[in-house]
Design a protein around this ligand. Structure first.
Ligand SMILES: *Cc1c(COP(=O)(O)O)cnc(C)c1O
Length: 364
């Protein structure tokens, strides 16, 4: 057996005809930036999320960056987030000249622990960015309650949680703004970079539309300083095809997660949980074990590729040494960064491969 952590060619093969024809249509049309595919995809994605507005942007990082800028955040304002996330969550904060403030995570869900937020709020706190890590929704109700109390914005990092539900509501639409990534390996991914901002707030929507397109309202008339951060027509055409499959693919991931939950019975392994109030999209299936390098080597020798999401809390990364945050700040996140292992989980994983992975883990 040789099981890779991900294999996007399998997915392409399953929808090759529709994708090829959608891309060919864009090439034939001769129109590549901000056209009818982007508009239609924005509408369909907003519909899928049951929210009013969606704006296609260049990436998930850009979705976060522009969202932060749309909240009128000033130099040295503070934004509360978690240290166990993809680094772009925090790069977006830095590029908006804001300061990231880290709170620890819940021991069961790997997501922001709402009870740790209030002690970190200062006069400069302007926003909270919870991350729906691995596709498991953060506990939004208490987060929003705190945000309302202090009049600060909630920007959801939904880059891993396409289709995940929190109390029957789509993640990304619970706070003020939701940010999605369409990086190829996400549950909904394009063939390059792409992202989306969703919101029910018209002012924020209009500001993001300006920011993504040089700050221009009318062609060659610029009302604010802007960027070039646009989803392109080819990616939007691909995403329109794939959006139709998203729920089915998420269900297949959930089935694989159930097989892992039912099948893995090694006492050295702690399996992930899905809280009652959520519907997890299983972007990643992350187990924990004390001697994780040994487990990873054992699995690698048996032909199974695993990854670590993520090996180092952000405030311990070299790029963020300037924050002067010492080891020990977020003990749960730090401990988990040494114990986690992500198993292969994608809709096209075959039954015999799933059984083999379970078998290898149980023999470890
Ligand atoms: C992928 C990801 C991002 C960044 O998205 P890009 O499209 O790669 O810029 C941000 N946050 C999280 C949690 C992610 O998983």
């Amino acid at each position: 057996m040789n099981i890779r952590f991900g294999d996007l060619s399998r997915q392409y093969k399953s929808i090759k005809k529709e994708i090829d024809s959608a891309v060919a249509d864009v090439l034939d049309s001769g129109w590549f930036v901000l056209g009818k595919n982007v508009e239609l995809f924005e509408r369909k994605f907003a519909e899928y999320c049951s929210c009013k507005y969606a704006v296609g942007v260049g990436s998930g990082t850009e979705a976060l960056h522009l969202s932060i800028l749309s909240c009128n955040i000033e130099n040295n304002d503070e934004i509360i987030t978690v240290p166990n996330t993809a680094v772009p969550t925090v790069s977006a904060v830095s590029f908006a000249n804001a300061i990231p403030v880290f709170v620890d995570i819940n021991e069961q869900t790997f997501t922001m622990d709402p009870s740790k937020i209030e002690s970190r709020i200062t006069r400069r706190t302007k926003a909270i960015i919870p991350v729906h890590l691995f596709g498991h929704p953060a506990d939004m109700d208490p987060i929003i309650k705190i945000a309302k109390k202090y009049n600060i914005k909630v920007i959801e990092d939904a880059c891993q949680s396409h289709g995940s539900l929190y109390k029957s509501i789509k993640t990304g639409t619970i706070g003020d703004i939701g940010c999605f990534s369409f990086y190829p390996s996400k549950n909904l991914g394009c063939f390059g970079d792409g992202g989306m901002v969703v919101t029910n707030n018209k002012k924020i929507y209009e500001k993001i539309k300006l920011l993504r397109n040089y700050g221009q309202k009318k062609r060659y008339y610029h009302s604010i300083k802007g960027f070039n951060s646009r989803l392109d027509e080819i990616q939007a055409a691909v995403l329109l095809v794939k959006l139709r499959k998203l729920d089915e693919w998420n269900d297949m991931r959930r089935k694989i997660a159930k097989s892992y939950n039912d099948g893995i019975a090694n006492p050295l392994i702690i399996k992930p949980i899905e809280n009652k109030y959520t519907r997890h999209n299983y972007h990643l299936y992350v187990i924990r074990t004390k001697n994780r390098d040994r487990l990873r080597k054992y699995m690698k020798d048996k032909g199974i590729e695993t990854l670590i999401h993520y090996p180092l809390p952000i405030y311990l990364q070299e790029a963020y040494k300037f924050l002067n945050i010492r080891k020990g700040r977020c003990p749960v996140a730090e401990m988990y960064s040494n114990e986690i292992v992500s198993l292969p989980i994608y809709p096209e994983l075959k039954m015999n491969e799933i059984r083999y992975i379970i078998d290898v883990i149980n023999k470890y």
